[in-house]
Design a protein around this ligand. Structure first.
Ligand code: UD1
Length: 432
């Protein structure tokens, strides 16, 4: 348990380098399993989800070594074919290991990933695609056991452009001696990064960034050296940190086109944004204008992973914004906590109406998921007085030492380890 203790209402100003993308790192590290030998992964974020995945890779027999933010993954003797439940449970996206195991060994077993903090997260698209690709899947005692029996050319029509299902299919397809076509594939930048990695390994993958992906697999994929793309959600978080504190930020090594949805909203609401050759510069407005109606959508739409952090921004705007969450059922858990800090937000089903207030006020709040936790830290940075964000490890899943980087920008924030006293009663948490 970590408590982020923040003395807010201080301008964040300065310069930062973007960290590597969590959602690219996870499939890319998983893809190393399709090879036998030493893979070198550059710009890998040192975050909890990556550490959990490395535990799984080591459990399967990989040798893993960190050299600063470079990771060496030696897959030569990885012969494990099943992932125990306690490791699967630590990270829901470990389901993409199923595709990699089937690709490497032609069989594999994972425990059924359960629901998580964002509501039920089914894997029916993954299972149905694998069955179409020739995998025979059985459920045994809560485990999914798969055997690849008849690999053949396959055309898969995804009902929804699921990121995880697209990646899982790509991982298996890259290792098969046939061609797989995905219609309605996810188009996120992380899919482009996985395509680049699989192509370096020797597979023929094209179409990433469009709804049609064609994967020509190879029975012999080689180890590679690959650099992970910058994290667009983390980048947007720091930009908003500057925007809600009246600050300015130069963010280096971001890919501006990955951040279009965020920068469009930020500049429409009054932030000054400048594109630099290798990054972005943001200067906050005195007070943001409202955001209008923002609907989360698959890429290139507004990302669900930025909904919570933009809600903190909207909470301080001069007027009313509406956010509609279309991707996940249960993604407004940060709302009651933002209200404790003085935000005026009303939720009706999947819609939140945010009426901006001039100030938020420090209180004790609890992070219930990764991006919601980041939204609370941002709110604490903007709020007058002291905010304590109690976090049971959600934030560190995706943010590498946020307290360190925020301090570099002038924030007063500490990460206190250990069990904090029990959360005060509701009435005392407000303005507490
Ligand atoms: C990934 C990202 C997550 C992001 C999400 C949407 C990673 C590690 N995680 O999650 O940060 O919020 O994309 O951009 O990259 N669905 C089904 N059946 C399936 C699969 C998905 O019904 O078999 C539904 C989900 O319940 C959800 C929607 O499809 O409502 C989107 O899920 P998906 O794109 O698969 O998200 P993840 O890959 O889990």
């Amino acid at each position: 348990m970590v408590t982020y203790k923040i003395s807010g209402a201080r301008r964040l100003c300065g310069e930062l380098d973007a960290q590597g993308a969590k959602n690219a790192a996870l499939p890319i590290l998983t893809a190393t399993l399709l090879t036998r030998g030493l893979n070198i992964i550059e710009n890998c974020p040192r975050i909890l989800d990556v550490e959990v995945l490395l535990d799984i890779l080591q459990h399967l027999g990989c040798k893993v070594t960190w050299e600063e933010d470079r990771l060496l993954v030696d897959t030569a003797s990885a012969d494990g074919d099943s992932i125990p439940e306690y490791l699967m449970r630590k990270m829901r996206s470990s389901v993409i290991l199923f595709g990699a195991l089937l690709g490497r060994l032609r069989s594999g077993e994972i425990s059924s990933p359960g629901g998580c903090e964002l509501g039920p997260r089914p894997i029916n698209f993954h299972i149905s695609a694998f069955e179409q690709m020739g995998v025979v899947i059985e459920e045994r005692h809560g485990c999914l056991h798969g055997v690849l029996e008849h690999p053949h050319d396959t055309t898969i029509n995804l009902e929804f452009p699921s990121v995880g299902a697209t990646e899982n299919i790509m991982l298996l397809a890259a290792a098969l001696p046939c061609t797989t076509t995905i219609y309605n594939a996810a188009r996120e930048p992380e899919i482009e990064d996985l395509q680049a990695m699989l192509c370096s390994m020797g597979a023929g993958v094209r179409g990433a960034g469009t709804p049609v992906l064609v994967i020509r697999g190879s029975g012999k994929l080689r180890p590679v050296s690959h650099t992970i793309i910058p994290d667009r959600v983390v980048a947007a978080t720091y930009l908003i940190g500057a925007a809600v504190t009246g600050g300015e930020l130069k963010l280096n090594h971001v890919q501006e086109r990955h951040l279009n949805a965020a920068t469009t909203l930020l500049s429409q609401s009054g932030c000054q944004i400048e594109r630099l050759p290798d990054g972005l510069y943001l200067k906050a407005p005195e007070r943001p204008r409202p955001l209008g109606v923002v609907r989360t959508m698959p890429h290139p739409g507004f990302p669900t992973d930025m909904q919570a952090i933009f809600m903190t921004y909207a909470a301080l705007a001069q007027g009313c914004s509406v956010m509609i969450e279309t991707i996940f059922e249960s993604r407004f858990k940060h709302v009651p906590e933002l209200r404790r800090l003085g935000a005026n937000i009303v939720v009706d089903g999947r819609m939140a109406v945010i009426t901006g207030v001039p100030w938020l006020y420090g209180a004790t709040v609890r992070a219930d998921d990764l991006r919601g936790g980041a939204a609370l830290i941002l709110a604490g940075l903007a709020a007058q007085g002291e905010t304590r964000v109690l976090d049971n490890g959600h934030i560190a899943r995706g943010y590498q030492t946020p307290e360190h980087f925020l301090r570099l920008l002038g924030a007063k924030i500490e990460a206190l380890e250990g069990h904090p006293p029990a959360l005060p009663p509701e009435e005392e948490r407000d303005r507490g």
